[in-house]
Design a protein around this ligand. Structure first.
Ligand SMILES: Cc1ncc(C[n+]2csc(CCOP(=O)(O)OP(=O)(O)O)c2C)c(N)n1
Length: 326
């Protein structure tokens, strides 16, 4: 039986909702800027866009500054929501010295200053780090929590299962966040996942879980409130599945395997459009306020691009620094 994770009671205030909307917009703007740079050949790799998955911001925005995160290979929302500097993020993608990993991490970067311990290139590997962080929080006796995100395809990796298992056995303060965007690479979910929804995985491990509309940022916010409380008070891990859709192909510039009808269906459910509409209808935001937010974000991205372009490449003599072993 699935132990349901009940939604929290705190409805975000108007200011918090504007904040969520702004984070979603900033994240989207960053994605669009990176796409442009990839297509212009200015980033020496591709990019796995998180466009369409911004509802996740409802979970990220609830974390405390000292909480830990491990993240998937997709999107930049975790960094943007935690307050990472878009200029330094872009510099990292350019391979420049001012990047968060001195240009050596590229799209699999980390930002330890904001508690983000890597966008794992080996899918599922970062789940094991989350277990270590959970144990660290327990040993310290702190009430820090760990948010560990994984894709629906990544749910099938052994490291994901063994880490979830360890978190339950040791009652670790981890929130497992499944980003179910319905595809792994170009394969659709039915090809690799036997359940209708991921909360069955929570049931198998006897932990609370839920499967929700990841496009509904307020719903995400409320569920996260419960999961955080559960973890902070020492009751152990839980699992939230966010159901949404990535609006770009698996990788920018790569092939598109999905039908036009399907893309259109989900484009019409773009979480930014629906949230914006809701905030306008409820009078939380006005048209001039929207324009003001957009203008400030455009300016931030312009500054970020200038910063990243002006940054230097690391010196060749630094190539062997920052390694685990000589
Ligand atoms: C251990 C390992 N196996 C395979 C890959 C290649 N790979 C990269 S992303 C990906 C699909 C992941 O799907 P999902 O977790 O659903 O994330 P999505 O890309 O859909 O967001 C695969 C198989 C990898 N990076 N690491």
């Amino acid at each position: 039986m699935i132990m349901s994770l009940h939604p929290g009671h705190l409805m975000p205030t108007d200011d918090q909702r504007i904040h969520l909307y702004t984070l979603m917009m900033r994240s989207r703007a960053f994605e669009e800027m990176v796409k442009e740079q990839v297509l212009a050949g200015k980033i020496p790799s591709s990019w796995l866009s998180g466009k369409g998955q911004e509802g996740i911001v409802g979970a990220l925005a609830q974390l405390r500054g000292d909480d830990y995160l491990t993240f998937t290979h997709r999107g930049a929302y975790a960094f943007i929501a935690r307050g990472s500097d878009p200029g330094r993020l872009l510099a990292e993608l350019f391979g420049k010295a001012d990047g968060y990993c001195k240009g050596k991490g590229g799209r699999h970067m980390a930002d330890l200053t904001h508690g983000i311990y890597g966008k794992s290139g080996t899918i599922g590997a970062h789940a094991t780090l989350a277990v270590g962080m959970g144990i660290a929080a327990q040993i310290k006796g702190s009430d820090q929590v760990v948010l560990s995100a994984f894709g629906d395809g990544t749910s099938n990796r052994g490291t994901t299962y063994s880490s979830i298992n360890a978190s339950v056995v040791k009652k670790l303060p981890i929130i497992w966040l499944c980003e179910n965007n319905r595809y792994a690479g170009i394969a659709g979910g039915a090809e690799y996942f036997p359940f209708e929804s991921m909360d069955k995985l929570a049931a198998a491990y006897d932990m609370p879980g839920c499967s929700i509309d990841g496009n509904d940022v307020i719903e995400v916010y409320k569920q996260m409130e419960s999961a955080i409380l559960h973890a902070r008070q020492g009751s152990g891990p839980s699992l939230i599945e966010l159901n949404f859709y990535r609006l770009e192909p698996f990788a920018i510039g790569g092939p598109e395997s999905r039908s036009e009808e399907e893309l259109e269906h989900w484009t019409n459910r773009d979480p930014l459009l629906t949230f914006r509409q809701l905030l306008l209808e409820e009078g939380v935001l006005s048209q001039p306020m929207l324009e003001d937010i957009q203008r400030k974000i455009d300016e931030e991205m312009k500054v970020a691009l200038e910063f990243a372009e002006a940054s230097e490449y690391p010196a060749p003599s630094e190539a062997f620094e920052d390694l685990y072993a000589p």
